[in-house]
Ligand binder design. Structure first.
Ligand code: BG6
Length: 480
């Protein structure tokens, strides 16, 4: 067998894209509850005041809040070993600032974990997946305010104590490296306090860049404190970091392109992982900050905290790769969080994301060589338009091909010697897209009747990929 015994096969979701029930049972608003839907050509916009006339995709999402038993039963039917979900912070602490948690919010996740247990599914919980409570965003300009660390710690400690015996695997922040670019301001760092309307493509002032890197630093400190506290509460906890896995190739062998690739890899792939896995900022950070005139607000003792809060494993999302060039005029490719130069050797998805299974093998090797900690692929999949066939079913062979090629690449990486813990494909049940807010872009093995305008009766249906993935899991990845 290539994949180890107990390999964590499963699927991944995020509360704001999946749960709905945005204001039920005491839940407060989170940042994504203020963001409208969009498309690739018209970016999502955020509103300071929620407009009752406007459709906000997170408000109902695909209503896992009321369908969790049915959804988890379907995961059980596929034989999932692991279900990655995030807890919605504002369901537990509605504004982020309460002294005591919302009992009904806590009860919901107890129910979810009990359902997982029924089918022997191990939950993998992301503590913060693009879901900062709106109250913290408004009061502190999101993570730019150091006070948010304390609020996060109260929330994380509540989860660790409450679910001490129900959850073993945790991730602190989803795609933390999104914060190294301006696109990460709103979703990752909750920095809506400046008057910018679109979610992406923000032009920042030098002060705003300082704030952003300070916000990222606060997340590093918060993550490290949480790792330490989690291990005190239950020494069996496995607490990982989560980063966007997006390898970059030099567009040509011109040394200028190779240098551009190096710089991009350093900032995007290694900057955050170095802090969270090695426990300190990378050697190149000082010069990067100097060259870009960046000042990060730190406090005495922070270095010690980072050193003491190293993660147990490194997890990442993997959808695509891109190229890098010193020439600003080369053609660019679309991407979700990171974009880059178009690679002429690769085909792309309907959303322009360049499909590159070999890149996954390369990245697994690159990460493992540098960090030598267990790795886990916690998101991967194909966002596509699914059309119902004449026989009334969804024959998503393109999704099967995508997943098969990526699992094959993982198998090669394992044979190369990489220690791989598991694979949770993204959006096992169709859910809202993070970058565009669309429903039309589907990743699921399970179809949900819900559409871009919010219509649909939310019923679930198995796609062909559902039956295929079931076989993959039953054979521990041998039958592809
Ligand atoms: C990752 C995020 O960036 O990619 C998910 O962690 C997101 O939240 C996923 O949904 C796919 O991106 P998108 O934009 O197609 O939903």
């Amino acid at each position: 067998m290539t994949f180890k015994k107990g390999f964590l096969w499963g699927g991944a979701t995020a509360a704001n894209q999946f749960e709905g029930g945005w204001n039920e049972d005491g839940k407060g608003a989170s940042v994504p509850d203020h963001i409208r839907g969009g498309t690739v050509d018209s970016p999502r916009l955020w509103d300071r005041e929620i407009d009752p006339e406007v459709y906000y995709p997170s408000h109902e999402a695909v209503d896992f809040y009321h369908h969790y038993k049915e959804d988890i039963a379907l995961y059980g039917e596929m034989g999932f070993k692991c279900f990655r979900l995030s807890v919605n912070w504002s369901r537990i602490y509605p504004t982020g600032m309460e002294e005591t948690p919302n009992e009904k919010g806590l009860a919901f996740y107890h129910n979810v974990f009990a359902e997982c247990r029924k089918y022997n599914i191990e939950p993998l919980v992301t503590i913060s997946h693009y879901e900062l409570p709106w109250g913290l965003s408004e009061k502190y300009n999101g993570w730019a305010g150091r006070e948010v660390i304390g609020h996060f710690m109260r929330y994380a400690e509540t989860l660790f104590n409450e679910y001490r015996d129900e959850v073993r695997y945790w991730l602190t922040f989803n795609e933390i490296n999104n914060g190294v670019q301006s696109s990460g301001r709103i979703l990752s760092l909750g920095m809506t306090g400046i008057d910018h309307k679109p979610m992406f493509g923000i032009q920042e002032t030098p002060e705003e860049v300082n704030d952003r890197f300070t916000a990222l630093h606060h997340q590093f400190v918060a993550s490290a404190l949480a790792v330490k506290k989690g291990h005190e509460i239950n020494p069996d906890f496995q607490i990982g970091m989560m980063t966007i896995g997006h390898p970059v190739y030099a567009y040509t062998c011109n040394p200028d392109d190779v240098k551009a690739m190096n710089d991009e890899m350093n900032l995007r792939m290694y900057f955050c992982a170095d802090v969270q896995v090695r426990g300190h900022y990378p050697y190149f950070a000082k010069r990067y900050f100097e060259d870009n005139g960046i000042t990060v607000r730190t406090e005495p003792g922070d270095e010690e905290i980072l050193k003491e809060g190293k993660v147990d494993f490194l997890s990442f999302s993997y959808y695509m790769s891109s190229a890098s060039s010193a020439d600003p005029d080369v053609t660019k490719a679309q991407g979700n969080m990171f974009a880059g130069v178009k690679n002429p050797y690769l085909k792309a998805s309907e959303w322009g994301w360049q499909i590159d299974p070999k890149g996954l093998r390369i990245l697994l090797n690159t990460f493992y060589a540098r960090y030598e900690v267990p790795l886990m692929v916690v998101e991967n999949g194909l966002g596509a338009v699914d059309e119902r066939s004449e026989d009334g079913r969804f024959h998503d062979s393109y999704r099967i091909d995508y997943m098969r090629s990526h699992i094959e690449a993982m198998a090669e990486a394992v044979k190369d010697g990489v220690d791989l813990m598991g694979y949770t494909m993204w959006g096992c049940t169709d859910l809202v897209s993070a970058s565009t807010g669309e429903m039309k872009k589907r990743y699921g093995l399970i179809y949900v009747d819900k559409h871009n305008d919010g219509s649909g009766d939310l019923h679930r249906e198995r796609k062909d990929s559902f039956y295929w993935y079931k076989k993959v899991i039953a054979s521990n990845g041998e039958e592809l």
